[in-house]
Design a protein around this ligand. Structure first.
Ligand SMILES: [Zn+2]
Length: 139
């Protein structure tokens, strides 16, 4: 999907670089600990479970279910003024980590706890790609 909107560009820290590289390729790859095998999101320099630095990014299937959401009615940045109201959703993903993203193609009053969602990607005019949740009718 393409959008004509421009947005502020993310600040890409070294820990997030692989995540953003995958998102640009329309792939969801999440950091995983090579020692205790825990999924870690957001990316860090040490595993928050065992403090190992054996961290690598692995592909995940991108499906999950809605845990909670918030509907934003007032834009906190001028580039988002044409997009309000919009929802920011926290979903529990199949692998057990939680991911926060906007939704696309879901009416805000249709959002429900437990709703199956999967990750899609939105390419913005300024070159930024972001994951978004869409309804997953196959779940
Ligand atoms: Zn670990």
């Amino acid at each position: 999907m393409k959008s004509a909107s421009s947005r502020p560009e993310p600040v890409i820290t070294p820990e997030f670089a692989s995540w953003w590289d995958a998102v640009r390729r329309h792939a969801l790859e999440i950091q995983r600990c090579g020692h205790c095998r825990a999924w870690i999101h957001y990316p860090r320099v040490l595993c928050p479970h065992c403090f190992s630095d054996e961290l690598a990014f692995e592909p995940v299937n991108g499906s999950g279910h809605v845990v909670t959401w918030s509907v934003v009615h007032r834009a906190q940045h001028p580039d988002f003024a044409d997009e309000v109201p919009y929802a920011v959703v926290v979903a529990e993903m199949a692998e057990g980590f939680r991911l926060l993203a906007n939704v696309s193609g879901i009416e805000l009053d249709e959002l429900r706890t437990g709703m199956p969602v999967c990750v899609s990607f939105c390419d913005f005019a300024n070159g930024v790609t972001l994951p978004v949740f869409v309804f997953d009718p196959t779940a």
